[in-house]
Design a protein around this ligand. Structure first.
Ligand SMILES: Nc1ncnc2c1ncn2[C@@H]1O[C@H](COP(=O)(O)OP(=O)(O)OP(=O)(O)O)[C@@H](O)[C@H]1O
Ligand SMILES: [Mg+2]
Length: 152
């Protein structure tokens, strides 16, 4: 098996006096889709938030591409190449579809790379190409999900 690109070991995290995660360990392999399944309220979102520095890590480690990113601030984690797409149809409703997509490219400095990435996204999700100049808040639920996936 190839080496894991994301490794969470013995992670403890929670809110206030309560721990929600009590020493969880998970791995995600390169070029694989890894699903985290569990009952409502069991702590799936808390795990993602802890990886992204949105919930403090109390114990344990998070490694990404061989680097210890435990407790890093969110913007630093994202700059390493990790992205999170939160649940719900969240877009910037009063910005155009194109501007929403561009928001997902804020770390890329190369205009050429942004342009080619945008082309690929528009080919993958043609509805977005048709609607690139309209407010994202006027999209249907399905198109919103395309927009968020593409930007993330
Ligand atoms: N901001 C918060 N403050 C206090 N407790 C919270 C907070 N967010 C979540 N919790 C609690 O932490 C526990 C885990 O919640 P979490 O959202 O991680 O679960 P989940 O597995 O993602 O659930 P779902 O399947 O509903 O998305 C729940 O008991 C929840 O009530
Ligand atoms: Mg959740």
């Amino acid at each position: 098996m190839s080496e894991a690109i994301l490794t969470v070991e013995n992670l403890v995290a929670g809110y206030g006096n309560a721990n929600v995660l009590n020493g969880i360990s998970v791995q995600a392999q390169d070029r694989a889709i890894t699903c985290l399944l569990g009952a409502n309220g069991v702590g799936k979102s808390t795990l993602i938030k802890a990886i992204f520095g949105l919930v403090p890590v109390r114990q344990g480690t998070v490694r990404f591409l061989g680097q210890d990113i435990t407790g890093w601030e969110t913007h630093r984690v994202v700059a390493q190449g990790l992205a999170s797409i939160p649940e719900g149809n969240r877009v910037f409703p009063r910005m155009s579809v194109l501007d929403n997509l561009m928001a997902g490219a804020y770390l890329e400095r190369s205009r050429a790379k942004i342009a080619s990435r945008l082309e690929r996204v528009m080919a993958l999700f043609p509805r977005l190409a048709e609607r690139r100049d309209q407010f994202a808040g006027t999209l249907s639920g399905e198109s919103v999900r395309c927009c968020r996936s593409a930007a993330g």
